[in-house]
Design a protein around this ligand. Structure first.
Ligand code: C2E
Ligand code: MG
Ligand code: MG
Length: 661
């Protein structure tokens, strides 16, 4: 019996549960070692444990107030008779550790579910095993839609394999990766997220999960973009600022250098803008600047960059310009556009002028800063010369460009004011010596400058499109004159009119010629139209169609200045031509330059082979005529007979020579 008790004592001392025996008053009669450890109150014998005692066998959870903190215990009390007295045996199990873990788990769950960051947990095979509500909110996928799938379903396609490889290298080597990823939402939208991915190991050190925490940063990104935009743009007009313009300038210069083209920077300063600000206030001043920006944007080409440098300073960067000419035209156009009245929102009408300074690359500066500086000083130049005008950084460019613009303005005027004249230069049949026709050549009789040669204004007229009006007028005038000469009984003449490439390719020249012929009743076979090689070569297919349309009207077609372009005779065979005019350059070689003379001979022979009438231009000397005659050239035109002369003088000449012949 005694031995049995000792064994029992031994067992009670070794089990981890506490065993306590109390009497009916709750005073401890017996406690094993574990009970002493659990309650943390020193020796328990004789102490009142103050735990609830139940008459029947029940188990309960109780809180333990202990020196080490609050703990939890599971307690079971069983009524017994101990030393002939009624009492209880109490079994106590410390469940603090489990309880705390439970609570922590619950806490973790709460955090997991309530956090605003998306969470995604995968197993080692990258199957998604858990997501939180924020994940669904951001990606648009519910948990059930993604469980068992891999995160690849979120890929946006914006990153290449290298990107993901780098990410995994970091996870394997550091257990962690953090960075920005573009992912795709369920609705297809691609968005940026800031992600942090961790590798999770279990107690044994084995990788068991990957956890990704991410934030949708699309809003942040937008702000970033906006900030970036603001760093490079003027907030009022949203035009590029100085910083951005300088970088575009650099880029443009690189391009121009590579392509051998030019670039122009126009600095625009509003004249007396300060007055507007002062008299109408800043609000209207700001509105005014916005309107200026709109006008500038509306006038420039797609490739040009309009910028604002603050205050009333704007700029236009023109890339790929042919040269100063084009820049000055644009400047003039902008000055005019800006000077139109502005009706501001308050109903006030405001007028303002602008001065423009231009610098050109590579003629002027070779660095962006220099170009800017030069354009700047050119603005001052323009302003000091009286505002509302442009100035180039270099004086000579300014002069030349202004002179051209001046001619342009006056030429416009000349057309409407009847300052143009047609002069006629005889065309002579070499065999008979008779004047068989004339070339109509335009002249500008300026009231201030006298007779201006077409060499000075035709190129400008061509660049501006004014040539269309001029050619139409010359054509009509010539047909009228030809009809008058016919009525006056003069011998039949072929009158030749020059058509510019512009006129030939732009307008409906076939219709124009038909209209003029029917309006003047001049016979089509007596009208010859002169075209240059370049006009024919620019758009061969259209050119050929146009030529056939003209030919169908019955007019004659001549190729002018032959030999100065690149066409071969064989090529000309494709076009329905009647006359070939050998350029004066070759005639000039007669009689001294053997080489040139051989070319003339060859052109005549080949022209004839193509059944073309061959006419030599610019014949000044009898030797030249003699040579042409021996080579069988059909006609000639040149100072040897006459310079281009007014209609009346031509008529007199015609009557006189006809009598002689
Ligand atoms: P083009 O059609 O080749 O005209 C011949 C030019 O050579 C004329 O110059 C004429 O005056 C000049 N010329 C004729 N014989 C001689 C000569 O023996 N010696 C010298 N040194 N020159 C001679 P112009 O009238 O100054 O015209 C120059 C160019 O202007 C013309 O060359 C033509 O391309 C263009 N042009 C003239 N009138 C018109 C027109 O009404 N419309 C168009 N589109 N172009 C025109
Ligand atoms: Mg001609
Ligand atoms: Mg010619």
């Amino acid at each position: 019996m005694k031995e049995n008790l000792q064994n029992l004592e031994l067992i009670l001392a070794t089990i981890s549960d506490g065993i306590v025996v109390v009497n009916q008053l709750g005073v401890v009669q017996y406690a094993n070692d574990s009970a002493t450890r659990i309650f943390e109150r020193g020796k328990l014998l004789g102490k009142d444990l103050a735990v609830p005692l139940y008459p029947s066998d029940t188990s309960q959870e109780i809180n333990l107030i202990r020196r080490s903190g609050i703990g939890w215990a599971e307690m079971r009390s069983t009524p017994v008779t101990w030393n002939q007295q009624p009492g209880y045996v109490i079994g106590v199990r410390d469940i603090t550790a489990r309880k705390t873990a439970d609570l922590q788990l619950h806490l973790a769950d709460t955090v997991f579910d309530s956090t605003r960051e998306g969470l995604m947990v995968t197993d080692t095979k990258l199957s998604i095993v858990r997501t939180n509500p924020a994940f669904s909110q951001i990606t648009g996928y519910s948990a059930s839609e993604v469980l068992g799938k891999t995160p690849a379903m979120l890929h946006s396609g914006r990153h290449d394999n290298n990107f993901y490889q780098g990410m995994w290298v970091s996870i394997y080597t550091h257990g962690h990766w953090q960075g920005e990823i573009w992912n795709r939402r369920k609705n297809g939208e691609i968005y940026p997220q800031l992600s942090s991915i961790d590798m999770v190991k279990d107690a044994t050190g084995q990788v068991c999960n990957y956890v990704a925490v991410f934030t949708d940063i699309s809003k942040l990104k937008n702000t970033e973009l906006e900030l970036d935009f603001l760093a490079h743009h003027d907030p009022l007009t949203r035009l590029p600022n100085r910083l951005l313009l300088l970088s575009r300038l650099q880029h443009g210069m690189d391009m121009a250098r590579a392509e051998g083209s030019h670039l122009a920077l126009l600095m625009i300063d509003l004249d007396r803008f300060k007055d507007i600000n002062d008299s109408f206030g800043h609000v209207l001043g700001d509105e005014m600047l916005q309107r200026v920006a709109e006008r500038l944007l509306a006038r420039v080409r797609q490739v040009d960059t309009v910028g604002r440098f603050g205050g009333d300073e704007f700029s236009v960067l023109m890339e790929d310009v042919t040269g100063a000419e084009q820049a000055s035209r644009a400047a003039n156009d902008l000055i005019h556009a800006l000077s139109e009245p502005y009706i501001l929102s308050s109903g006030i009408e405001v007028r303002i002028g602008a001065s423009v300074g231009i610098s050109v690359y590579p003629e002027n500066g070779l660095t962006p800063e220099l170009i800017l500086q030069q354009a700047d000083s050119a603005v001052y130049q323009a302003k000091s010369e009286g505002r509302g005008r442009f100035a180039f950084f270099s004086e000579s460019l300014t002069q030349a460009a202004r002179a051209r613009l001046d001619i342009e303005v006056r030429l416009r005027h000349a057309i409407t004011e009847g300052e143009l004249r047609v002069y006629y230069q005889p065309q002579v049949d070499i065999a008979s010596g008779r004047i068989v026709g004339a070339e109509a050549l335009v002249r500008w009789q300026s009231p201030t400058e006298g007779l201006i040669s077409p060499a000075r204004f035709i190129p400008i007229a061509e660049a501006t499109g004014l040539i269309g009006d001029i050619d139409d007028w010359v054509l009509r005038e010539t047909c009228l004159q030809g009809q008058r000469w016919r009525a006056a009984g003069l011998p039949p003449l072929t009158l030749a009119v020059n058509l510019s490439a512009y006129q030939f390719l732009q307008g409906d020249i076939g219709q124009t010629v038909a209209d003029v012929l029917s309006a003047t009743a001049y016979p089509a076979p007596n009208l010859e139209l002169e075209l240059t090689e370049s006009a024919l070569m620019q758009h061969e297919t259209e050119a050929n169609e146009t030529l056939h349309r003209l030919k169908a009207l019955g007019v004659r077609l001549a190729i002018d200045d032959f030999g100065t372009g690149y066409s071969s005779l064989a090529y000309l065979k494709l076009f329905p031509l009647d006359v070939l005019k050998i350029d004066k350059r070759f005639v000039d070689d007669i009689p001294l330059d053997r080489n040139g003379m051989e070319i003339v001979t060859a052109i005549i022979a080949m022209g004839h082979a193509l059944r073309l009438n061959v006419l030599a231009e610019g014949v000044e000397q009898p030797e030249q005529l003699n040579y042409l005659r021996t080579q069988g050239c059909d006609q000639f035109q040149g100072y040897l007979t006459s310079q281009p002369i007014p209609a009346a003088a031509f008529e007199a000449l015609l009557r006189q020579t006809t009598d002689q012949v």
